[in-house]
Ligand binder design. Structure first.
Ligand SMILES: [Zn+2]
Length: 339
């Protein structure tokens, strides 16, 4: 994982579309006599505690939608304290707000699918409109991230099939759990493009925080804390067939939880065949005739052509397994040979 920067343009789009729409929707919910929750509760009346709590959310709506992860973590504290005060001894109201009302307002699936909502004052239901100017697909495109920042093993493309309305939907992880903090369902700094294995099978509902985990939009780089190396017991790479036990990991205390929760050591060992190929290429790298044969193609980065992957740390997010490639190049001091 290397730091991902959300472009200003994306933040502005989020602020000027979803943030405005959700603010208005929230305002309408607060001011409405009744709201439609579901078919069992079609004309719900908000209690004064529920209204006060939603007003508190409305006061912080801009920050909720576009603040950075550190501020989001502070907002979680503030909002949890407010909920504790408003819903003291009233788990029914708390559950209704957290499980029924907030998920409909901060509706992640709609952002992913390109749907906007406005409040229907006649019946308290939601009216949908297609939003093709700003949605999860466009967000991932603007980020320019091509593969999962958590594992660097899978692409995160989302595509629309020709002659079909069907789209492969993007997978956006909620760094801070959506089920625990439903008001962060469409917060731009809480949406991390990632692969389905990391999102659903591994991270799931684990309560991530900034103390124990690295956030892809914050300053820290996982790459600086976790390296894939060949064991020093392997003295010569020439003709050597690697074994599982030859793969070693350098892992600082800071990223232990990340590495464990995403099973990075276990998964990377499954790529022994890839590591073996990189090791062979690194070995050939010193062979001048091989190097010359690559250079004749006149590509911008002949070493990338030789290795079949990006090899510099800043390019890790561009292709799966580039992290392994970069780590091994660093271990063996590989870089472009000048003439
Ligand atoms: Zn992943």
């Amino acid at each position: 994982m290397i730091k991902i920067t959300i472009p200003k343009e994306a933040i502005e789009l989020h602020k000027n579309t979803y943030c405005k729409e959700i603010s208005q929707y929230l305002r309408d919910v607060i001011n409405s006599t009744t709201i439609y929750i579901d078919k069992n509760i079609p004309h719900a009346r908000l209690t004064s505690g529920e209204k006060s709590f939603l007003e508190f959310i409305l006061q912080h709506i801009n920050e909720i939608m576009i603040a950075d992860p550190h501020r989001l973590e502070e907002l979680i504290e503030l909002i949890t304290t407010e909920a504790d005060q408003q819903f003291v001894n009233n788990t029914t109201c708390r559950d209704r707000i957290y499980k029924k009302i907030l998920p409909k307002i901060f509706d992640y699936e709609s952002f992913r699918d390109g749907i906007s909502w406005r409040f229907d004052k006649t019946n308290g239901k939601r009216l949908s409109t297609k939003n093709e100017k700003w949605n999860g697909n466009i967000f991932i495109e603007k980020l320019g991230v091509r593969c999962c920042p958590y594992c660097n093993r899978a692409y995160v493309f989302s595509v629309k099939r020709e002659n079909s309305q069907k789209t492969v939907k993007p997978c956006l992880d909620h760094f801070f759990s959506q089920s625990r903090y439903p008001y962060l369902g469409v917060s731009i700094y809480n949406l991390v493009p990632c692969c389905t294995v990391c999102n659903s099978s591994l991270k799931g509902n684990i309560d991530f925080n900034l103390k124990d985990y690295l956030h892809p939009y914050c300053d820290e780089h996982l790459h600086d804390h976790f390296k894939v190396n060949i064991a020093t017991t392997v003295k010569s790479l020439k003709g050597y067939k690697l074994k599982d036990s030859d793969i070693e990991f350098v892992c600082s205390e800071k990223v232990q939880k990340h590495v464990n929760d995403f099973a990075l050591k276990e998964f990377y060992k499954k790529h022994l065949d890839y590591i073996q190929e990189i090791v062979i290429k690194i070995n050939d790298y010193g062979d001048k005739s091989y190097w010359d044969s690559i250079k004749r193609y006149d590509v911008a980065d002949p070493l990338q052509l030789l290795l079949g992957n990006f090899w510099q740390s800043e390019d890790i997010n561009k292709r799966p397994l580039a992290k392994i490639t970069a780590d091994l190049c660093e271990q063996y001091g590989i870089s472009i040979i000048d003439d």
